[in-house]
Design a protein around this ligand. Structure first.
Ligand SMILES: Cc1cc2nc3c(=O)[nH]c(=O)nc-3n(C[C@H](O)[C@H](O)[C@H](O)COP(=O)(O)O)c2cc1C
Length: 354
């Protein structure tokens, strides 16, 4: 299986399956001398872990990260940073019913047809458990970003959509509610919605908005590796992501240029920010903001027709411990992938001019 590595200079390779011994990763290219707050890394992982509230999967996995190399006396050494998270609460029998069954809209069929085998326990490598390793690496990358601040929050659950712009929201409230919205009244409505959907044995999608503040001018390589293109790739590589929109996005397509243009101030900043902080693939010093759309995940606690390995169709009943809506747990994953992109470009930018 190719493609387990992300990044050009700040590189993360992840390994492991959801019901194997452990998952983990190697961060290659992290400069030496970076002070690492290991408690911060663990706290980021705790924001992603299952069982943290009533509106996420009730699997109880402690998800403790253990660093194996690359950090000495609290600082990076410049050597590969290896880490693992041991899998401790795997109930493989929960998945016995799908051994010869391809769940609709999951990765079972494509994996099986492509590789000629499939680890059906918890989805194997296709499980979003892999994203725990991204959160670890993202927490290291965040510590490399200096003043740059990456903040993500839930801005929609199903048809409940918050139209409030990020400048008017209270980022301080994101970790104060189980949904991770930046507005407590909206969070309450989203929580009720997720609970109702779970009761129906169904799942629901949602949107995560992300803002990157204090971005220096000049990050991004302007042809194939445009900053927004890399952010798009990073976000679309997260399980269950179906859409990415940055800056004015699709709404911009309905505007006139005269209204869409971000007029300059004398210092080079702009009066508006339809460009989402990127022009010509290069950061312009304004905030970067984007949205990521997550589908309602495939495993519903209802009967649905599924394809069997022998080519027949039959009814299957979803079971096990699944997320009714993934966006509350995906907030730290979006932040982690954004931090990896930015850390990579910070390093790449150091080779631009003598
Ligand atoms: C944080 C997170 C948790 C997820 N939990 C579940 C889950 O409990 N059940 C499920 O069927 N899919 C879950 N998914 C989605 C699957 O991993 C994903 O749909 C599957 O790998 C197929 O890939 P695709 O939807 O991107 O095509 C989760 C995704 C994320 C990001």
């Amino acid at each position: 299986m190719a493609g387990n590595t992300y990044g050009t200079l700040f590189k993360l390779t992840t390994f492991g399956e959801s019901h194997g011994k452990a998952i983990g990763g190697i961060i290659d290219g992290c400069p030496s001398g970076l002070e690492i707050d290991l408690q911060f890394v663990q706290s980021e992982l705790d924001r992603r872990k299952p069982g943290q509230s009533k509106i996420v999967t009730q699997r109880k996995e402690p998800d403790t990260v253990d660093f194996l190399s690359g950090i000495f006396e609290g600082k990076t050494t410049g050597t590969p940073i290896g880490f693992e998270i041991v899998n401790t609460n795997q109930k493989s029998k929960d998945y016995a019913h799908i051994k010869d069954t391809f769940r609709p809209s999951h990765a079972d069929y494509t994996y099986d047809q492509k590789y000629g085998n499939r680890d059906y326990r918890g989805g194997g490598r296709s499980s979003a458990r892999e994203t725990a390793s991204r959160v670890v690496a993202g927490a290291i990358a965040k510590q490399m970003l200096g003043d740059m601040k990456v903040t993500a929050y839930v801005s929609a659950v199903g048809d409940l959509v918050s139209e409030i712009s990020y400048q008017e929201l209270d980022f301080g409230c994101i970790e104060q509610n189980d949904v991770r919205c930046a507005d407590s009244a909206f969070a309450k409505a989203c929580e009720e919605k997720i609970k109702a959907i779970r009761k129906e044995g169904d799942t629901i999608g949602g949107v995560i908005s992300c803002v990157i503040q204090n971005v220096p001018l000049g990050l991004g390589e302007p042809v194939f590796d445009k900053l927004h293109a890399e952010l798009g790739k990073a976000m679309l590589s997260i399980n269950a992501v179906k859409g990415f929109e940055y800056g004015s996005g699709f709404a911009g397509a309905q505007m006139k240029g005269s209204a869409h243009n971000d007029l300059f101030n004398e210092d080079g900043s702009t009066q508006s920010n339809q460009s989402g902080g990127v022009q010509g693939g290069i950061s312009n010093g304004m905030d970067i903001y984007f949205k990521v759309a997550f589908k309602p995940v495939a495993t519903v606690m209802q009967k649905q027709t599924a394809l069997q390995k022998d080519g027949t169709l039959s009814e299957m009943q979803g079971k096990g411990r699944h997320d009714p809506c993934v966006v509350p747990r995906a907030v730290p994953i979006v932040e982690a992938m954004a931090a990896l992109v930015m850390a990579d470009f910070v390093l790449r930018d150091k080779s631009v001019r003598l």
